[in-house]
Design a binder for this molecule. Structure first.
Ligand SMILES: Cc1ncc(COP(=O)(O)O)c(C=O)c1O
Length: 492
């Protein structure tokens, strides 16, 4: 903890609240309690930064945030002063404004008077920390329609919420999943081939349990999904890392010891590209010839923003050597923890034994409501809506990055997914940027952190993984403002 004599408060670096938020909170509190008189001057940013042992830009961010909220005023040359009491309601943080399009300066200029008239939620507002990847915007969740569906089933058919809790899951939901993947992913499957799982993670873990034994090697994309890499290590399996080029994961030219490959062909995680048809064929030929299995992790494939969806590899293979993993976490809600695994017919008996032994992890209660939600069309109404909004947010982010950050790097536009990768070309290191950005209330992951075997990749990955779905354009814009300060500060 760092104490400053001036305001007498502490910075807790271990806390999940960003440092600039802690500074804001302390100043709001002192203003509200009368410890600071209106009109009093705040310490100069440089001095205050030194006292607290934080970067100057952290203090500037905090002060600017309070200016936007109406607590402080700033005048060129004379620093920041506390506004007169009564101009703002000092004890509560104003709700964020939510216009869909604005400029960076427009975001900062949101009037505190307008904010004061907005409805404040009674519950604690979740902290918004751009640019966390892979999180949907739960403010867009269709709460009313979902509540209606759940209420109707609770009233008219409560028993249906417990059906299938001991086997592969609710038959109604498995049928809806078959309809969904037939329409969206070009996969023809019967409900008997579908297991409802606790998200894609559970589906991947089931595959690893069933198809690999301790000491076996498993082929994995590098860079790739970190929890999968950790799970493989924890299971005593040996990862066989596949490098990724512009056509997707690369099958080594020599013999491959792995009996199982886990791939993201529709949308490589985290780079974003789709695997080329020729590369897909190579993997399918390899799996057929060596009797290996391919697990297709199709975690966010519904989010394609241009052209037709890229058909799943499992559809092309007619579920012969390919197991298909899908998730409702991205299109609907992370919190539901529901996903699915679609099996080749030849594996159904084996996986049924395993489910009997270990028991299913997926919650049964939301399964029937989700089936109804899909069948009634509400699910697709929601999907169309969020796709349109995410497409706008993505466009906004890409435009800003191209216009204002080209001195630092570039993005490759894959027209898909929930995050973009900004590849750095300016000599700055992604990890340092991400650590400094965390101090500014940003949640950015370093591309290099997704790489396991950098030496074998024949190239380096240095970039920022920027999620855009969970943030309005105003929030993205504010986040980019903070990112600019971080980059300028590191560059000196
Ligand atoms: C590539 C990849 N696979 C699987 C998952 C896990 O998804 P779920 O939340 O459905 O477990 C994620 C989550 O971000 C992911 O990025």
């Amino acid at each position: 903890m760092t104490q400053t004599p001036w305001l007498g408060f502490s910075i807790d670096r271990a806390a999940s609240t960003p440092v600039f938020e802690q500074i804001c909170a302390a100043i709001r509190l002192r203003a509200a309690s009368g410890d600071m008189a209106s009109g009093s001057k705040l310490p100069p940013t440089r001095v205050f930064a030194t006292e607290l042992g934080v970067s100057r830009s952290t203090i500037v961010t905090a002060y600017e945030q309070l200016v936007a909220e109406g607590y402080l005023s700033s005048q060129q040359g004379s620093g920041y002063r506390l506004c007169a009491a009564g101009e703002v309601e000092l004890t509560q943080r104003p709700a964020r404004a939510k216009p869909e399009t604005t400029t960076r300066s427009g975001a900062a200029a949101v009037s505190h008077r307008a904010q004061n008239t907005s409805n404040r939620p009674k519950t604690e507002e979740p902290v918004v920390r751009p640019f966390r990847a892979g999180t949907p915007d739960m403010r867009l969740f269709p709460y009313r329609q979902w509540a209606k569906t759940v209420a109707r089933i609770c009233r008219s058919d409560p028993q249906s919420m417990f059906l299938g809790s001991r086997g592969f899951g609710s038959l109604a939901l498995r049928q809806s999943i078959c309809d969904h993947v037939a329409e969206w992913r070009g996969i023809s499957a019967r409900p008997e081939q579908v297991i409802v799982t606790a998200g894609a993670t559970d589906a991947l873990e089931i595959c690893l349990h069933e198809l690999a034994e301790t000491g076996d090697s498993v082929a994995l994309e590098d860079p790739g999904y970190k929890p999968l890499q950790h799970f493989i290590a924890a299971q005593g399996l040996t990862p066989d890392y596949l490098r990724v080029d512009e056509n997707g994961a690369v099958l080594p030219s020599g013999p491959v010891a792995s009996r199982l490959a886990i791939l993201t062909p529709s949308h490589q995680f985290p780079l974003g590209g789709a695997m080329s048809p020729a590369r897909r064929m190579e993997f399918l030929r390899w799996a057929t010839k060596t009797e290996a299995w391919i697990v297709e992790d199709d975690y966010d494939s519904e989010f394609r923003y241009a052209g037709r969806p890229i058909p799943a590899m499992a559809g092309f293979d007619h579920l012969h050597r390919t197991l298909y993993v899908g998730s409702f976490s991205k299109i609907f809600s992370n919190a539901l923890r529901l996903g699915y695994l679609i099996l080749p017919d030849s594996l159904v008996g084996r996986f049924a034994d395993s489910i009997q032994r270990f028991g299913p992890k997926a919650s049964s209660m939301p399964q029937q409501p989700l089936a109804d939600f899909i069948n009634s069309g509400e699910f697709y109404r929601h999907l169309r809506r969020v796709r349109r909004i995410y497409a706008e947010r993505r466009r906004f982010l890409l435009d800003q990055l191209t216009k204002e950050f080209s001195a630092y790097g570039y993005c490759v536009d894959h027209q898909a997914g929930m995050q973009v990768v900004f590849h750095l070309t300016c000599g700055l290191q992604d990890l340092e940027i991400c650590n400094r950005a965390a101090e500014q209330g940003l949640s950015i992951e370093a591309l290099s952190g997704f790489v396991q075997a950098p030496d074998s990749l024949g190239g380096t990955y240095n970039g920022l993984v920027l999620g855009f779905c969970g943030y309005s354009e105003v929030e993205l814009d504010q986040g980019l403002g903070n990112l600019t300060r971080v980059l300028e500060q590191i560059r000196g």
